[in-house]
Design a protein around this ligand. Structure first.
Ligand SMILES: Cc1cc2nc3c(=O)[nH]c(=O)nc-3n(C[C@H](O)[C@H](O)[C@H](O)COP(=O)(O)O)c2cc1C
Length: 173
């Protein structure tokens, strides 16, 4: 499968089967998180892998958007480790999001479904999983095998036209 096919194939899965993800597949998803580019290669990503009955039960209490997932990853960055620009901007959320993109696409390549989730309370997540203060949660990814009933939401194909999303320096014309 070429990359565009893979990107088209991936969709947000919102109903997972209870079948566990094989450990070797989870390892590859984790590996993809290590290979992501980060600003200055500072590698500030800190990814909490949420696996096993106890950790997943906690997650089910923390967000309705678990969709019956069998594993999850909370993407965080270390606020001491990320690149900081002179104007105050920093790379933490960008770096963590690139990591997440690697992970969902690697999962899709392995036939594992995923959904990117922002609907949770980061402070409750911090408390539940004992996340250090300097690790800032950015997003949650939930993983599992898509239930047979899982189909792409209409949003999946609702792409704005290219000329709205890609612009070139022709505003002055
Ligand atoms: C930053 C971000 C946050 C999201 N948060 C949620 C969420 O909290 N719950 C959910 O069900 N989907 C969430 N999604 C999934 C989007 O709704 C979905 O990616 C979008 O509608 C496009 O559909 P597709 O992923 O099937 O292509 C989120 C996606 C992104 C990128």
């Amino acid at each position: 499968m070429d990359f565009i096919e893979l990107a088209e194939k991936r969709f947000s899965v919102r109903q997972f089967k209870s079948d566990p993800i094989e450990p070797e597949k989870l390892e590859l998803i984790v590996k993809s998180a290590l290979l992501a580019p980060t600003a200055c290669n500072y590698q500030p990503q800190r990814v909490l892998m949420i696996q096993g009955d106890e950790a997943m039960e906690k997650l089910r209490q923390l967000t309705p958007c678990h969709y019956g997932a069998t594993a999850a990853a909370l993407l965080c960055y270390d606020s001491d480790a990320c690149f900081k620009r002179q104007d105050g901007a920093h790379s933490g959320e960008i770096d963590a999001s690139i990591v997440g993109t690697h992970m969902i696409l690697e999962a899709a390549d392995l036939g594992v479904g995923s959904c990117w989730v922002m609907f949770y309370d980061p402070e409750k997540m911090r408390e539940a999983y004992h996340i250090p203060e300097k690790y800032i949660p950015v997003s949650l990814l939930v993983f599992g095998y898509a239930d047979d009933s899982a189909v792409p939401n209409p949003f999946h194909t609702a792409c704005l036209p290219e000329d709205k999303l890609i612009f070139r320096d022709d505003f002055a014309k």
